[in-house]
Design a binder for this molecule. Structure first.
Ligand SMILES: CC(=O)N[C@H]1[C@@H](OP(=O)(O)OP(=O)(O)OC[C@H]2O[C@@H](n3ccc(=O)[nH]c3=O)[C@H](O)[C@@H]2O)O[C@H](CO)[C@@H](O)[C@@H]1O
Ligand SMILES: C=C(OP(=O)(O)O)C(=O)O
Length: 416
């Protein structure tokens, strides 16, 4: 179980390149089973979630090679439609194999997915939509046994713009007969990246980025080479690290448009932010100001995946800030760890009230989930003294060697 040790009080200063997006790479790796050919994918971050995805691909018969940040997946010899339970339990997004395997093999067995504990994460929307497309899904003993002789395009109305359900339907619909329409689809940039990936293989998907996505079934797909979009959550985390340490940073390999809701709130806290089409510069103020209200929402609203990190910033901002977490009902575990570091935070259901304190102090804390762990790194960097983060393995799910990146721009952080 890895630990991070941070000596606080060092400014972030310099330039950082942002890695490829975890939330793009995971569904795209699942999509590599579709073509039954070679997939070359660039800008794959080194993450434990990617390692799990790789193991799943190998378990179903794909040949996977990795050279630095390029991965080659040959799905021509896929020979097993059962996804190993122990791997599915490690990671929530393994559930997107459901749609991909149904499309490729017409059958699959998966267990209910695991992942970080941030509240209940049902998959009812995934299952309902796939059933509407003609899949027969039996749920028993924690397993989903799915069969579909021929999936059929249909008109699907999602009750909530679920990212995973939207991806699962897109993947399942690639070879389906006719047209599938997803209404109230998730609009996250990673959905558009998946659309671009499928289309570059010869699929026919349109509308990603809007609330209505159309997929016209095709008979066959081709080989593909694709580059993953930059990770907007990693970029946002680095911006907050800079803001909290009174530093100055230039981020490269970013799409500022994907970070607008975060940029907007950081400006409210007093940061100066300038950007070009693929870089962002942040200059921190001497004193951060409270952010009146943040409500997490599906994209383009403020992302739940930035909630923990912005809470760390609010905990040392002058005044009272309020967060409403609308996506995951139990995503405040990091607050109790921040309190151990001197933060003044009250939680009432989905609402967190944060009264800024002049300083945090280093403490022994525990990462309970990925972004909560990232928030503790940020708090540790701004705190007086030493912070030890236990259970740091969660952070490796979504940040590619974060300790090395932050060390390169001035942080005093090391892994044990
Ligand atoms: C790998 C990946 O891309 N993960 C992201 C994805 O997760 P994920 O795809 O799991 O998130 P969803 O958009 O599906 O979930 C959002 C909300 O919908 C609910 N829901 C979802 C599906 C369903 O069948 N029934 C249901 O009730 C969930 O419990 C949650 O409250 O989007 C989340 C919300 O932006 C992000 O925090 C995750 O980082
Ligand atoms: C919750 C997250 O991811 P996942 O859906 O993969 O658990 C996240 O990236 O913050």
């Amino acid at each position: 179980m890895s630990k991070l040790i941070i000596n606080g009080g060092h400014k972030i200063q310099g330039e950082l390149k942002v890695s490829g997006a975890k939330n793009s790479v995971l569904p795209i790796l699942a999509a590599t089973v579709l073509n039954g050919k070679i997939n070359v994918i660039h800008d794959i971050p080194q993450l434990s979630d990617v390692n799990v995805m790789t193991k799943i691909l190998r378990a179903v018969g794909c040949v996977v090679k990795r050279e630095n940040n390029t991965m080659i997946v040959d799905s021509s010899r896929l020979n097993n439609s059962k996804i190993p339970e122990e791997l599915v339990r490690e990671m929530r997004s393994s559930i997107v194999f459901l749609g991909a395997m149904l499309a490729r093999c017409g059958e699959t067995v998966v267990s209910y997915p695991g992942g970080c504990e941030i509240g209940p994460r049902p998959i009812d929307l995934h299952l309902k939509s796939l059933r509407e497309m003609g899949a027969e899904i039996e749920e028993a003993h924690g397993f989903l046994t799915c069969k579909a002789k021929a999936l059929k395009g249909c008109d699907i109305q999602l009750d909530f713009p679920s990212v995973g359900a939207t991806e699962n339907i897109m993947l399942a619909a690639v070879f389906a007969e006719g047209t599938t329409i997803i209404r109230n689809a998730a609009r996250e940039p990673e959905i558009k990246d998946l659309q671009d990936f499928i289309n570059a293989m010869g699929g026919k998907v349109s509308g990603a980025g809007s609330a209505t996505i159309r997929i016209n079934g095709v008979k066959e797909l081709q080989e593909i080479e694709h580059t993953i979009i930059p990770d907007r959550i990693v970029a946002g985390t680095y911006l907050i690290a800079t803001a909290m340490t009174k530093g100055e940073i230039v981020l490269k390999n970013v799409i500022p448009e994907h970070l607008q809701s975060t940029i907007y709130k950081l400006k409210e806290s007093g940061c100066r932010i300038l950007y070009t089409h693929d870089s962002i510069k942040l200059i921190a103020p001497e004193k951060l100001k409270a952010i009146e209200s943040i409500k997490t929402l599906p994209y383009p609203g403020f992302p739940t995946d930035m909630q923990s990190q912005i809470m760390a910033l609010m905990s040392i901002s002058d005044g009272i800030s309020i967060i409403t977490e609308n996506i995951f009902e139990n995503r405040y575990k990091h607050a109790y760890e921040l309190i151990r570091m001197g933060a003044n935070i009250k939680i009432d259901g989905r609402v967190a009230i944060i009264k800024g304190v002049p300083k945090l102090t280093g403490a022994k804390v525990t990462a309970n989930d990925l972004r909560g762990g990232a928030a503790l790194i940020l708090a540790g960097m701004a705190a007086e003294g030493t912070t030890i983060i236990e259970n740091a393995k969660h952070i490796e799910r979504g940040y590619d060697h974060i300790q090395d990146s932050l060390k390169n721009v001035g942080a005093d952080i090391r892994k044990l």
